[in-house]
Design a protein around this ligand. Structure first.
Ligand SMILES: *Cc1c(COP(=O)(O)O)cnc(C)c1O
Length: 433
């Protein structure tokens, strides 16, 4: 598969180069030159295939010659080593729980796929890969867990001191080994500024591969198609579902749209947003007007200028009507999000986190307008990751899963640094050796 830069289509890369680069040098986003068509036989046989077989069949055309089939199969098998249950929650809705991975959020799948692929490339290329991440919480944890122990890679994570939750901090700082946590005396913007400065530092980049691991990376973005197909492998209803996706940077939704184009049997997608409604506004007015983000209780979706918007546009280029047939969007307030968490616990005995609740409220709003249809909401995080809001609404303690209990016992190790680029630069320079 060849990928081109949406901002400069003459700039092309194969899967390996696009993954290692993350973002094209001069800016822009990589996009696949073709969307594969799934054979009917594959779609019909989903219920009988293993997770690894499903993952392999979906990713093989995107990976092409960059990995052997045997290497790709081993990677997906290892990456998918946890459950993705599709649970019926009320008369006409199901929740696809994507939060049973090591850091209890859907980002585990994409981060794990990316890490294994990079490990494979590091081994083949004999070059050390240094992954640099600024995080406001969730991404860093998934990336740290995914890359821990992957030979040939070093990960430097910058997070704002005192601004991530206790669980998130443990997930960032207790791995050791090739994972290096820098606790920055500043805010998330300071962390991001330091990372950007490093990517511009040509002298520093000599002799190493310095890369990022956000959903701009094609390996993280496209591998998210796999859980949509694993979800549909458990679907037994006659009608195709409407799928509601809690959305921030829109990597998750955009992966689902690619899968639908390939043949995933989905009726319609709902982009479930919080008060950050730039995409909702776009569908209403046809104008895309990015703004600064506002803070909400579903904070992993507090994005004012979603990085994957350009990819959604590219997927439906010149076919605006088709875009609207495929996607609706609703913006859900914090008040309704809280009410939905309470309702689900009281009436359905089902505890959901604020991001998942936004999707639940959105699918209900869609049905009010469009009539009853079977719906799937994507459960993007375990409720225990957001105890303050959830426990306040459901009025009881959430039992943490085993994995979380053990991480809370571990010792934090992070270097406290001032937001000074020279310090980050020195740190990266020592890892080069
Ligand atoms: C990152 C995140 C989202 C948003 O996903 P995008 O792919 O950026 O749209 C939603 N929910 C949770 C819990 C997240 O961590």
């Amino acid at each position: 598969m060849i990928y081109y830069n949406i901002s400069n289509p003459a700039e092309k890369a194969d899967f390996r180069a696009a993954t290692l680069e993350g973002q094209p040098r001069g800016g822009g986003l990589y996009f696949p030159s073709q969307i594969p068509k799934w054979e009917k036989e594959f779609v019909d046989s989903l219920p009988t295939l293993s997770k690894a077989e499903i993952g392999f069949r979906i990713m093989q055309p995107f990976v092409g010659e960059s990995l052997t089939d045997a290497a790709l199969f081993d990677i997906v098998e290892e990456v998918l080593a946890f459950e993705f249950p599709l649970r019926k929650i009320d008369a006409e809705n199901w929740c696809l729980e994507l939060y049973h991975g090591p850091t209890l959020a859907f980002k585990d799948l994409g981060a794990r796929f990316l890490s294994r692929v990079m490990g494979e490339f590091a081994a083949a290329g004999g070059q050390k890969i240094i992954v640099l991440v600024a995080t406001s919480g969730d991404t860093g944890g998934a990336v740290a867990d995914a890359f821990h122990g992957v030979a040939g890679t070093e990960v430097v994570i910058l997070y704002p001191s005192g601004k991530v939750s206790p669980v998130q901090e443990k997930q960032l700082t207790t791995h050791g080994g090739n994972i290096h946590a820098l606790e920055v005396q500043g805010d998330f913007d300071d962390c991001q500024r330091l990372v950007k400065e490093a990517f511009k530092d040509e002298e520093l980049k000599k002799g190493i591969l310095l890369t990022s691991s956000n959903s701009i990376n094609i390996s993280r973005w496209l591998s998210q198609q796999i859980y949509y197909a694993i979800g549909m492998s458990q679907w037994r209803e006659a009608d195709k579902p409407v799928i509601a996706v809690p959305s921030g940077n829109f990597g998750n939704l955009c992966a689902g749209l690619v899968a639908k184009k390939s043949g995933l049997p989905v009726q319609h997608f709902i982009a479930a947003c919080n008060a950050n409604r730039v995409f909702t506004n776009y569908l209403e007015s046809g104008q895309y007007l990015p703004v600064s983000s506002v803070s909400t209780i579903s904070n992993a979706m507090d994005v004012g200028d979603p990085s994957n918007f350009t990819r959604i546009k590219e997927l439906f280029k010149g076919r605006e009507a088709e875009l609207k047939e495929n996607i609706s969007s609703f913006s859900i307030s914090d008040t309704l999000t809280r009410k939905t968490i309470r309702m689900a616990a009281d009436e359905l005995d089902y505890v959901i986190d604020p991001h998942t609740a936004v999707a639940y409220a959105a699918v209900e709003e869609w049905k009010t307008k469009n009539g009853k249809k079977p719906g799937i909401i994507l459960g993007t995080a375990h409720p225990v990751k957001f105890p303050d809001v959830v426990e306040e609404e459901i009025q009881k303690k959430i039992t943490p899963p085993e994995a979380l209990f053990s991480i809370m016992q571990k010792v934090k190790y992070a270097e406290l640094i001032s937001p000074d680029y020279q310090i980050l630069r020195d740190k990266i320079a020592t890892l080069k050796k």
